[in-house]
Design a protein around this ligand. Structure first.
Ligand code: ACO
Length: 435
């Protein structure tokens, strides 16, 4: 059981943090439209799109925070280099952040904290990922031998060392797997799906709905001021607006096959994706000075971690722990929300999360609550589609979701959204956006 006491509201910094807008490039499937683009190309494009939309050319911001889950060593200063590649003032500092799929939202939280604490008035948070340009490493033996070649003082020594390379050949391609279990995130999610008895039909329904809702959102222009076209793409490449449960039902299971009754397919799992997103945050005063309307406010965030290695928890179930803390600290219940933005890493994870909150046993025994957290009105869930439709470039998902949530609230004339993102390593990053 969790033994964590959330900090009390009176100890928090209180400057409201306004969300003025977001921008992303359309998301692409692995090795397709962005096969030749780097993280820096993509983040610079998302950032520059935001700069252009909000006329921030030459502006010195307080901070740009962002990151990528998969990056080359040459990208050690990825976000700062992207700032330098944009038309923001070169006096704008930047920081690289990494928290697996929680990276984007964590980066937004970091700059929001800076604004709330009065360190600066305006900042950008976001993220980027490429699975097409994933860094390929070399084995430890090969690395040492390559250094020997590099250190050789004479041509003869260099040739000798280079010949030694042939016996040490070994490359390491990044795996979508958890270092402590060796299982992929999909395999972990399949274990949780089995534990909660999540059916194939429910998963396919959620997946089809995500595509249909996102397709409709594109058609009514919802994404017109949230997306900048890039490398010929104007819409997410993964999006299938005509996706149907009948077609999804024909796909073969890809995760959890060895567990029996496997339910997770390519259709109800996120695809490997490339993309980038960025969100502009500021004080009310800065927004007013620039004559920029506020879409919504980032009210609070909470991050949790679970013991998925030795404990009872599923790898992607940490949001079930984070959200009750977030609600308790803010004096809210699930009934107080107009929108639920729950990252669709896998359809089964969303469904297991909702089921966990509905379960008295889970909430009392694991979360230490007095009873079930409650159920949500499903018509308020991911109303303009989520990761199953858009795709999921790991660190770019937080920015996509915050921008969508803020715009939904603006369109609605106000309201409150609960944002929840599960992440590798058993972590979960959650937030409240309200207007
Ligand atoms: C914290 C987190 O967020 S954890 C999540 C992290 N993300 C991941 O782990 C990514 C997981 N995803 C993957 O590893 C891969 O995308 C996989 C294994 C699920 C699928 O990979 P692939 O087999 O390459 O998928 P592919 O795109 O070829 O799809 C397989 C088939 O399903 C079909 N399909 C996929 N989605 C749909 C859909 N929505 N509707 C209809 N058909 C679909 C494809 O057309 C394809 O059909 P075909 O074989 O006739 O061409």
């Amino acid at each position: 059981m969790a033994s964590y006491t959330p900090r009390q509201p009176e100890t928090r910094q209180q400057r409201p943090v306004a969300i003025l807008g977001g921008n992303r490039i359309p998301f692409a499937r692995q090795d397709r439209a962005y096969a030749t683009a780097s993280n820096q190309d993509m983040f610079t494009a998302a950032l520059q799109g935001l700069v252009s939309r909000f006329s921030l050319q030459g502006e010195q911001l307080g901070m740009v925070a962002g990151g990528a889950v998969l990056k080359h060593s040459r990208d050690f200063n990825l976000i700062r280099e992207s700032v330098l590649g944009s038309s923001l003032s070169p006096y704008t500092p930047a920081v690289d952040v990494q928290q697996a799929c929680g990276t984007g939202l964590q980066a937004i939280q970091i700059v929001a904290d800076g604004i709330a604490a009065g360190r600066y008035d305006v900042a950008i948070g976001g993220g980027v990922d490429t699975t097409s340009d994933a860094p390929i490493g070399v084995s430890e033996d090969m690395r040492r031998q390559m250094l020997e070649v590099n250190r050789a003082k004479s041509t003869v020594d260099r040739i000798k060392a280079a010949l030694g390379l042939a016996t040490k050949l070994g490359i390491e391609i990044p795996r979508n797997g958890e270092p402590r279990t060796g299982l992929s995130m999909g395999e972990h999610a399949a274990i949780t799906a089995k534990e909660f008895g999540i059916s194939r039909a429910e998963q396919d329904e959620l997946a089809a709905a995500s595509h249909q809702k996102m397709g409709a959102a594109y058609d009514r222009g919802f994404f017109d001021d949230l997306i900048t076209p890039f490398m010929g793409l104007t819409r997410d490449e993964n999006l299938r607006p005509n996706s149907s449960v009948e077609k999804l039902a024909t796909l073969k299971p890809v995760f959890g096959v060895s567990l029996g009754d496997a339910t997770m397919t390519a259709g109800n799992s996120t695809p490997l994706t490339d993309g980038a997103s960025a969100v502009l945050l500021a004080t009310d005063e800065w927004a007013a000075e620039k004559n920029l309307p506020v879409l919504a406010y980032l009210r609070d965030t909470e991050t949790a971690a679970v013991d998925y290695v030795n404990g009872p928890d599923g790898l992607l179930m940490a949001p079930t722990y984070a959200v009750p803390r977030l609600l308790q600290r803010n004096g809210l219940t699930l009934a107080d929300f107009d929108f639920f933005e729950i990252h669709e890493a896998f359809a089964s994870v969303v469904l297991a999360t909702l089921q966990a909150w509905e379960s008295e046993e889970y909430c009392t025994e694991r979360l230490g609550l007095d009873g079930a957290l409650g159920s949500i009105d499903r018509s308020k869930l991911n109303v303009n589609g989520s990761s199953l439709a858009a795709g999921h470039p790991f660190a770019a998902t937080g920015g996509r979701i915050i921008a969508q949530a803020a715009k939904q609230i603006k369109e609605n004339g106000g309201g409150r959204a609960l944002v929840s993102i599960c992440a590798a390593g058993g972590q979960g990053v959650t937030a409240i956006v309200e207007g």
